[in-house]
Design a protein around this ligand. Sequence first.
Ligand code: FE2
Length: 152
Amino acid sequence: MTSGNRIDFNEPIPEMITRLKSEHKKFEFDLAKIKTSIKDDNITLATEIIQGISDTIIRHAVEEEARLMRVIMRNAKEESVESIKIMQEHNWVMNFLKNRMIIINKIATSSNPDEHEQAKNDLNEFVYNLRNHFNEEEQIVFPLALKAEASD
Ligand SMILES: [Fe+2]
């Protein structure tokens, strides 16, 4: 396991992928709670849940880029196009967590119905994109990283 903010380069790739998948499952549990909060019109709760998992999501993404993409670029570069695109989706996630969340927080308590709707749309988009992203990683990036690691 990793300690502090350092990435553990000794954790074997297959074990790491098992761990990343279980982290996806934990994130999914929170995404489901976010969806419920949006439906209940509780934007404040939805943003609190996102803030609670924000650092973990960023760390998770950094690990994927540092370790999985490293082995893919070393041993499976000719098959890496889709995986690179999927990793680039992290930019959207980071931008949402760092910038969009500030705006959503500001309008969370807004009485302006348009702003309120916009916040809900943004939060729904976050859940949709993250679910889609995790799915793409499990279908494309993780299997390719395993294959690349095995050919080391
Ligand atoms: Fe990711």
